[in-house]
Ligand binder design. Structure first.
Ligand SMILES: Cc1cc2nc3c(=O)[nH]c(=O)nc-3n(C[C@H](O)[C@H](O)[C@H](O)COP(=O)(O)OP(=O)(O)OC[C@H]3O[C@@H](n4cnc5c(N)ncnc54)[C@H](O)[C@@H]3O)c2cc1C
Length: 441
């Protein structure tokens, strides 16, 4: 069901033009009270009580994941149908046409309620949907964006390949034009959530005779197409949250193209800027983790150690600085400015904070971190410690973000070695695998 601005005004109880943020927030609280339960006040942390969970990635068994996904989608549908699912979206794309302040007011109201985990939509709504809004044919945006915001379909980002990660413009997935369609073949890898996503944003090489950043084109593809083969990858954290995805001559209508032919790099940059803003803007390592770290230090009798106390103070200070910097960045975005290269700094600060937390917890726990002795509050930290390297890579590795800050924020000399003029076909790059046969069992 589409929610146009006209419906929304009635829903928000104003009836006369755009609702003020206060009127809108009051309506949101009413809606939430009717459809969700208030969170219980946060109980004081008690050593040995409650969920023994510190993981950075929510990795659960496939059945639990399916149940959680169904609940998450159901909640998005309820929220969208009430007019709160796509608050800042344009009315022609199923949005409510309201401001970021309205959106923030809703988020603040919702934070008090117990709603199903919405992690399944981080990539689709945080990165793919803004790219569709900016670059898709308006008829495609009008068809997909309401479905995405209502949770009817989930989106994934298919950029990385075995030979193209940090140097994304080296990608080789082939797109060949055939009348009104494109035929796509090749392999993507590290695709988070592809095993439950319905659509994906994919960047392909359509013209290898052009320099590597030039001959690229972006598409939205149907991941449920039988010619798409999605295979989960197991991570060192124990879960399987991402996948390798093989495209075996997948046919995509030209109307599903994002942006112009050969302008795929620009489209990719829109997604990547939103990705860094989403990860970096997610805030500090979290007061819940910091509290647990402090209690771990106390439990193992290290609270009087001056070095440990200094490390704890350092982590706390960095968390606060990150939080305030993010609020400043969010205020800029609310004022209509695009997330820029400075968001690379936010992501870098976040992973630095996580690494310090990981190092301190490892130093306190020693062997209890690697062997599950059944002792509460010990082995659970391994989910955090093994997740931190992934956070330092996802959405741009630490080293690459430092390059971006050096070049685009500080104006330092550019990294040597990026060939922006030779045809891609003349550059030395590896070759891709085709979909290997499935192992039995
Ligand atoms: C948790 C997680 C989720 C992900 N989800 C997705 C997803 O949904 N969709 C998707 O498309 N991809 C996804 N990725 C992939 C991610 O974007 C890539 O892993 C990342 O871009 C790095 O590429 P790579 O793994 O090929 O490493 P490489 O690019 O090969 O880098 C290897 C090492 O070399 C360093 N390095 C590379 N270039 C430079 C340079 N110029 N200067 C200095 N050092 C350099 C890197 O920092 C790194 O340490 C995900 C990754 C992770 C960890």
């Amino acid at each position: 069901m589409k929610v146009f601005a006209g419906d929304c005004k009635a829903k928000y109880g104003d009836g006369m033009g755009v609702p003020t943020v206060e009127v809108f927030a009051a309506g949101a609280r009413e809606f939430l009270t009717e459809h969700a339960r208030l969170k219980r006040p946060r109980e004081e942390f008690q050593w040995g009580q409650g969920a023994d969970q510190v993981s950075l990635f929510d990795e659960v068994d496939p059945e639990t994941e399916r149940t959680e996904l169904t609940a998450a989608r159901r909640w998005r549908a309820v929220r969208y149908d009430a007019g709160y699912g796509y608050i800042t979206g344009r009315s022609e794309f199923g949005g409510a046409g309201l401001s970021r302040d309205h959106e923030r007011a809703y988020a603040e109201a919702e934070a008090f309620f117990d709603i199903p985990d919405q992690r399944f939509f981080t990539i689709g709504l945080g990165m793919v949907a803004p790219t569709i809004a900016a670059h898709a044919d308006p008829s495609v945006a009008a068809e997909l964006l309401p479905k995405m915001h209502r949770g009817d379909i989930v989106g994934a980002q298919l950029f990385s390949e075995p030979g193209a990660g940090s140097d994304l413009a080296s990608l080789q997935m082939k797109a060949e034009r055939d009348g009104d369609e494109w035929v796509i073949s090749g392999q993507k890898v590290w695709t988070s959530g592809a095993h439950y996503a319905h659509i994906g944003e994919v960047i392909c090489r359509n013209d290898p005779s052009l320099p590597k950043h030039k001959g690229l084109t972006a598409f939205i593809v149907d991941l449920t197409d039988p010619a798409v083969d999605v295979r989960p990858l197991r991570q060192m954290t124990g879960g399987a949250a991402f996948n390798e995805v093989f495209f075996n001559e997948v046919r995509v209508p030209d109307r599903m193209r994002l942006g112009e032919v050969n302008a795929g790099w620009r489209v990719a940059l829109t997604t990547l800027m939103n990705e860094r803003a989403a990860i970096g803007g997610a805030g500090g390592t979290g007061s819940r983790i910091f509290l647990r770290l402090t209690e771990t230090v106390k439990h193992f009798g290290r609270a009087d150690d001056p070095i440990i106390r200094q490390q704890l103070a350092d982590i706390y200070t960095r968390g606060q600085v990150l939080k305030w910097n993010n609020l400043r960045a969010m205020a800029k975005i609310s004022a209509g400015e695009l997330p820029g290269p400075e968001m690379s700094g936010a992501k870098l600060a976040l992973t630095g904070l996580m690494r310090r937390t990981s190092d301190l917890s490892s130093a306190i726990l020693g062997p209890k971190l690697v062997v599950d002795t059944g002792e509460w509050g010990t082995y659970a930290w391994s989910g955090y410690v093994t997740g931190v390297p992934g956070m330092s890579i996802a959405g741009g590795s630490d080293e690459v973000l430092r390059n971006i800050i050096g070049e685009r924020v500080l104006g330092l000399t550019k990294e040597p070695g990026i060939d922006t003029t030779s045809p891609f076909s003349e550059l030395a790059v590896g070759t891709q695998r085709s979909s290997p046969p499935r192992q039995s069992g």
